[in-house]
Design a protein around this ligand. Structure first.
Ligand SMILES: C[S@@+](CC[C@H](N)C(=O)[O-])C[C@H]1O[C@@H](n2cnc3c(N)ncnc32)[C@H](O)[C@@H]1O
Length: 417
């Protein structure tokens, strides 16, 4: 029998407006709401708020929507300082006061682990960034219409031009207009420019035509502003000077880095003196050097040739003869190692490859420290290693290295049981 018209539920469609209450913030900085039992992920809503939203996507199991009016604001709502917030794809949380952002990130970590049957230890600390703005030491800017530099838009592949970005270091913003003008003289193959703040100034790398980098750096430097180079620069870590290049990995929030690295070293410290420790996904080897400070014999594994060369240089400068660098894939190098006491893992956002999870489960060492910049990959890997595998999750630490965005870093300490 056909139900009476009044009882037919009409699912909202793209463009429809709804009034909703936001329950909490979830992954990607979205506000979780419900409409007639259906989940709605809302950009721009904060917990407790009553908002009017416009539906932007209608999927089989949920809707997506953007706030168009805040009818009852949360206490933690602030005015986003950036004129392109919400249009640009870079930030998701500028409308939330910083303590609210930190609480929400802890909630996301608890959600992720909770749905995988794992609990966040009660003593887990949440450490905020030393600066909530102006913290990024590297930025990637794309050339858009009229040659203006900008970021990819939130909704798609448009370029959002910017004259400055409040989450980047001052020196990067100071370089931006000169670099933009210098790029005007380049062809279509100069599409993206990466700017890295270093102690001496700013490193420039143009992509895909890297040959344009020195021309652009030179032309921009002639306009004044921060010294621009293309080769390498220095980054200080606890009084030591490390080298970096535009094409090797750096942790973008350099000032907050000790808040991530040093607690991990404290966790491992008492048990690694004179022991073999693997620094897997070692980058330019800053952590390897600090592990050597603890007395460990370190094998650093890194696949990027430039980063591996830098790790080698840093091993010679500061490694006390205790750091061996292997250029290669973690998947291949780990099974070759015997008798290691601990592994430090700091993989890219995709997390651990199945072979690495498999090796750890079958033959991994007593201690594993895992640094993660992607909570869903972390959840998957901890589920394999701790809930289904032989490790016990002992410690967690959340370090917010990416304020105003939904990203954050987590350090996890596991012990074989
Ligand atoms: C998140 S970064 C961490 C770097 C370093 N631990 C740090 O704190 O600066 C990940 C590093 O892993 C490297 N990498 C990615 N996949 C790899 C693999 N399969 N084997 C070895 N290194 C890899 C990247 O080149 C990058 O330097």
């Amino acid at each position: 029998m056909t139900p009476p018209l009044a009882e037919v539920e009409v699912r909202p469609a793209v463009g429809d407006e709804l009034e909703l209450t936001c329950e909490r913030l979830v992954h990607r900085g979205l506000g979780l709401c419900h409409h007639q039992g259906q989940v709605v992920f809302v950009f721009g809503a904060l917990p407790g708020e009553r908002v009017r939203v416009r539906v932007t996507a209608a999927r089989a199991r949920h809707l997506r929507a953007d706030v168009i009016e805040v009818q009852r604001a949360a206490e933690g709502r602030v005015v986003p300082p950036c004129p392109v917030f919400g249009v640009c794809g870079g930030c998701q949380l500028q409308h939330a006061a910083y303590p609210l952002q930190l609480g929400a990130k802890r909630g996301v970590l608890e959600d992720e682990l909770g749905r995988r049957g794992l609990a966040v230890p009660a003593d887990t600390r949440v450490v905020g960034s030393r600066r909530p703005y102006g913290y990024r030491w590297r930025g990637e800017f794309h050339r858009g219409a009229g040659g203006r530099l900008g970021f990819t838009s939130r909704h798609g592949y448009q370029n959002v031009p910017v004259s400055a970005c409040p989450i980047h270091r001052e020196s990067i913003n100071a370089a931006l207009s000169g670099v933009g003008r210098a790029l005007d003289g380049e062809g279509d193959q100069a599409r993206t420019v990466s700017l890295t703040a270093v102690d001496e100034g700013v490193l420039v790398q143009v992509r895909p035509d890297s040959g344009a980098s020195s021309r652009v750096a030179l032309a921009a430097a002639e306009e004044g502003g921060p010294l621009l180079g293309t080769e390498s620069g220095a980054l200080a870590y606890l009084g030591r000077s490390f080298r970096t290049t535009a094409n090797s990995f750096i942790q973008v929030n350099q000032e907050t880095l000790p808040d991530l690295y040093e607690p991990v070293l404290e966790w491992l410290g008492p048990e690694v003196d004179s022991q073999l420790v693997v620094d897997a996904y070692a980058g330019s080897g800053v952590l390897s050097v600090r592990l050597a400070d603890l007395g460990a014999q370190v094998v650093a594994v890194e696949s990027n040739p430039t980063s591996a060369r830098l790790a080698q240089l840093h091993a010679q400068m500061y490694g006390r003869g205790r750091v061996e660098v292997r250029r290669g894939e973690v998947e291949e190098e780990l099974p070759r190692l015997r008798d290691c006491r601990a592994v430090v893992l700091d993989p890219p956002r995709s997390g651990l490859a199945p072979q690495v999870r498999g090796w750890l489960s079958l033959a991994g060492p007593k201690m594993v420290a895992y640094l993660s910049c992607e909570v869903s990959a972390l959840g998957r890997d901890l589920e394999t290693l701790c809930r289904l595998g032989p490790y016990r999750l002992e410690r967690l630490l959340l370090v917010d290295m990416f304020p105003q965005t939904y990203h954050f870093e987590v350090a996890a300490m596991m012990r074989r049981s």
